[in-house]
Design a protein around this ligand. Structure first.
Ligand code: ATP
Length: 249
């Protein structure tokens, strides 16, 4: 039973909270994931809960990099699986790239549940039994699949921790990160940082992957500069804060 009336002004945001709580009860999301979502919500609030233009540009560049990759992989954690399971499957099919479950709070049972959730949304193959370790990383996230992250050249991550982003980079991977916090270590380390909610970012990337030619992908990548893009994001946040400040006067 939902307590959220459909005419509530924050209906969508509250529904996503409900979904996370439901998936928490099912053992897909961990309690720490609920807290991480709260941090994301705070950043989303000051972006106006919308895909701002620099984020859309980063989503286009991400689609381009994924499309031109030799072996792209989509890394999935509990929150992402709870929020956008069908959308992740659609992106994986559009790219012909595997979904790999990679968890900080890993248990065999939880990894299996996430894989089952993705399969229930149409995924054909989900990599969830790691058989290798990513050198230079001590958390459970070091455990990767030889068919996925271990042999990938481009890895798409969301709600990530900076340690693994750095380890992926040290191991020669290009990293695309979806992270609402433009100041996180992940955001500062990734090759392409998408400062947007995973809920909006994944469908946007899929749309670009489907629409873009190889030539357009090459051009989009040439134009893209991650540091410049992050500066644009922060300018947007400042602008939003200035507008809100003048409402207080
Ligand atoms: P780092 O180690 O990179 O500095 P952190 O310790 O801040 O990161 P975590 O708490 O591990 O990061 O990860 C949560 C990150 O995911 C936060 O930066 C948060 O803003 C972001 N986040 C949470 N929910 C979403 C969401 N729905 N879409 C995109 N990003 C999100």
């Amino acid at each position: 039973m939902s307590f959220v009336p459909p005419d509530h002004p924050r209906f969508l945001s509250l529904m996503y909270r409900e979904r996370l709580v439901e998936k928490f009860k099912e053992g897909v999301v961990v309690a720490q994931g609920l807290i991480a979502h709260g941090r994301g919500e705070a950043f989303d609030y000051i972006l106006g809960e919308q895909t701002i233009p620099p984020a859309l540009e980063a989503e286009k560049a991400a689609a381009a990099l994924l499309k031109l990759a030799r072996k792209p992989v989509i890394s999935v954690n509990g929150n992402a699986a709870a929020l956008v399971p069908g959308e992740l499957v659609e992106l994986s099919k559009a790219l012909n790239a595997p979904l790999e479950v990679n968890l900080f709070y890993r248990s065999e049972e939880r990894a299996k549940r996430i894989a089952e959730l993705l399969k229930a949304h149409g995924a054909e193959e989900v990599l969830w039994r790691p058989d290798q370790e990513l050198p230079g990383l001590s958390s459970e996230r070091r455990r990767v699949s030889s068919k996925g992250i271990a042999s990938a050249d481009v890895v798409l991550v969301s709600l990530e921790d900076g340690d693994r982003t750095e380890a992926l980079k040290r191991n020669g991977k290009k990293v695309i990160a979806i992270d609402l916090n433009p100041f996180s270590r992940t955001s500062l380390t990734a090759d392409i940082t998408i400062v947007d909610n995973v809920i909006r970012a994944i469908p946007n990337i899929t749309k670009f992957v489907k629409a873009m030619s190889e030539r357009e992908a090459e051009e989009a990548l040439e134009r893209f500069d991650n540091a410049r893009n992050l500066r644009e994001v922060v300018k947007w946040i400042k602008k939003w804060l200035d507008a809100k400040t003048s409402e207080l006067l």
